[in-house]
Design a protein around this ligand. Structure first.
Ligand code: FPP
Length: 249
């Protein structure tokens, strides 16, 4: 099912971004505005993720990458961290049942070593399902214990270790080879990065991959972000003049 939605009719189907990345920000403020605990904001945010991922797939995008938990988010209360991990667990359990039926691939970006064994085991199962699916299917990437700097450091360490073992030579390293050491190996860079909630920062998200991404900011809080908002962001992207450092023809 491709191109069956586009609610506002403002998206040009022929010039869709292949890859959209989203910083799912504003859950805490959304909850506070309603006198609810922050965890209620994350629960609503997880629902928004489900809706937007389905919409991206139906529009015909290839990739959606979302920032679910950063390397810095461990500073939050045990209750909040536990709630986010619980929402991820629930989502993975659902995904295990539905990925093959819906042809949705799922990958994680980030350092999974400090993640609870139960959640890691579920992520391992979704990885195995993804391996069986068609690489042309829509793919969602969830950034978990992810930091752009950390991703680059992990890549550098792995490359350096291979050099020390005589498997690689430093002079071989170019942008293409370096990209293959990142969590996003094999995935095109995001065309469009969206940050809701009015914050104008990148917050350690996809630092290498964002080199030529277009940015879109909106004051809407993530739990209120909907299909029409995504249409607006894509329409804005479609009016941008992407020159990748060149000049206009
Ligand atoms: C940022 O908003 C949001 C997070 C740190 C957590 C995002 C996690 C989820 C939406 C749930 C799990 C995800 C999936 C994919 C099922 P904030 O808390 O910083 O908001 P604030 O700036 O208003 O306080």
């Amino acid at each position: 099912m491709r191109g069956d939605q586009n609610k506002g009719g403002q998206v040009e189907q022929s010039r869709l971004p292949r890859h959209i990345a989203i910083i799912m920000d504003g859950n805490g403020r959304w909850a506070k505005q309603r006198g609810l605990p922050r965890t209620a904001g994350h629960k609503a945010g997880a629902e928004t993720f489900r809706r937007i991922a389905t919409y991206c797939k139906n529009l015909g995008l290839d990739y959606l990458t979302v920032y679910a938990f950063s390397t810095e988010n461990w500073k939050r209360s045990t209750e909040e961290v536990g709630a986010i991990m619980g929402l991820l667990k629930r989502y993975l359990l659902e995904a295990i049942d539905s990925m093959e039926r819906d042809n949705i691939r799922l990958r994680f970006f980030g350092d999974m070593t400090p993640i609870a064994p139960e959640l890691r085991a579920l992520a391992h199962t979704t990885d195995e399902i993804t391996d069986r699916l068609d690489p042309a299917d829509f793919q969602a990437n969830i950034c978990l214990n992810y930091g752009g700097r950390d991703e680059i450091l992990r890549a550098v360490r792995r490359f350096a270790a291979q050099c020390a073992a005589g498997e690689r030579k430093p002079e071989e390293l170019d942008e293409k080879l370096f990209s293959s050491y990142l969590d996003s190996a094999g995935i095109p860079d995001p065309d469009l990065i969206i940050r809701p909630s009015g914050e104008l920062r990148l917050s350690n998200f996809l630092l290498w991959q964002c080199a030529y991404s277009e940015f879109y900011y909106t004051d809407t809080l993530w739990p209120d972000f909907d299909e029409a908002e995504l249409d607006k962001a894509i329409a804005a992207y479609q009016h941008r003049d992407r020159r990748f450092g060149g000049v206009k023809k």
